[in-house]
Design a protein around this ligand. Structure first.
Ligand SMILES: [Zn+2]
Length: 316
């Protein structure tokens, strides 16, 4: 009998290990609160504030494109079982509203990143590919959802998340506050580094052969930009006129670097670089990270620190 129980236990723990396989979760522990985020940036913020004091889940699989994410039935259950749920609140996660409407959310703390900061409308600049207007959609101002790309906004978001975690999980409040203060100091240092790069730069313009999710970032540091698409365009092919416009800009202003964003096919940036001899570099917008970066422990601070270096080179 003992032997049987022993094997049953092994089978059970094996089943548990298998069912947890590939999930972006810390070890599930009963007495910890469940925190669920849609995308990577807030996932990393919670990790910085709470460490392993909460059960943390990111719905978006590492390496996946965040704008076309569709939740699985299991994701919906994960949201329903959460204590704190954090999403962006923009057009990319319209699916979230459907889930939140489908069950009683009264015991749930919900944080939307866009409510943590002052939002601005998505912008179409000269030469940019505009999205086709869909007649069936209402004419509504689309607010740019990429609020976390500015380290100053990141501080406001981290503060909000910390306050909610402290209230929800009072026994750990002191630890959360300590971690938050340390992390906000790092974000402040990041902000100072970007300011310094821009202050000492030869040019105040950067060019993206890609989508442009850096509106809040550009506003924070007084940069202007050209790009193939606005922030959350779902298009990946752009017209010859758009590419030609960007090529002309690069040539006339002798722009040294063309940026692409993470998890991009980089095709437009490649085309512009090939034509102009400019160097292709990454400016990471921290929607998500590759599976390899995820497993390697990449985070907002490290990715943004690399952005400081890449931006310095691009503004030469
Ligand atoms: Zn985006």
């Amino acid at each position: 009998m003992k032997r049987f129980i022993f094997f049953a236990c092994i089978l059970l723990s094996l089943a548990a290990a298998l069912s947890a396989g590939g999930r972006r979760e810390t070890k599930n522990t009963e007495d910890r609160i469940n925190v669920v985020t849609t995308i990577f940036a807030p996932y990393d913020f919670v990790r910085e504030i709470a460490g392993d004091r909460v059960n943390l889940t990111m719905l978006l699989p590492p390496g996946a494109e965040s704008h076309s994410f569709e939740p699985t039935p299991r994701d919906i259950i994960t949201v329903q079982n959460s204590d704190v749920f954090i999403y962006v609140g923009g057009e990319s996660d319209a699916w979230v509203e459907r889930i939140l409407d489908s069950f009683d959310t009264s015991r749930l703390d919900i944080i939307t990143l866009m409510d943590c900061v002052d939002v601005v409308e998505e912008e179409i600049v000269e030469g940019m590919e505009d999205e086709e207007e869909d007649d069936s959609e209402e004419e509504e101002a689309e607010y740019d959802e990429h609020v976390w790309t500015s380290p100053r906004n990141a501080q406001l978001i981290v503060r909000k998340i910390a306050d909610v975690l402290k209230a929800r999980d009072a026994p750990n409040a002191a630890a959360y506050e300590k971690n938050t203060a340390a992390y906000i100091a790092k974000l402040t240092e990041l902000d100072a580094s970007f300011q310094k790069v821009v202050a000492g730069a030869k040019r105040k313009i950067f060019i993206f052969g890609d989508r442009f999710p850096f509106r809040y970032f550009a506003d924070a540091y007084g940069l202007s930009y050209y790009a193939a698409f606005p922030g959350c365009s779902t298009e990946t092919e752009c017209s010859a006129a758009t590419v030609a416009f960007l090529i002309n800009k690069v040539r006339s202003d002798k722009i040294p670097v063309i940026f692409h964003i993470e998890l991009s096919n980089e095709k437009i940036a490649d085309a512009i670089c090939e034509e102009t001899g400019a160097k292709k570099m990454l400016l990471h917008a921290v929607h998500n990270v590759s599976k390899r970066d995820f497993e390697g422990g990449a985070g907002y601070y490290g990715l943004m620190s690399q952005n400081v270096k890449n931006l310095r080179e691009a503004l030469q």
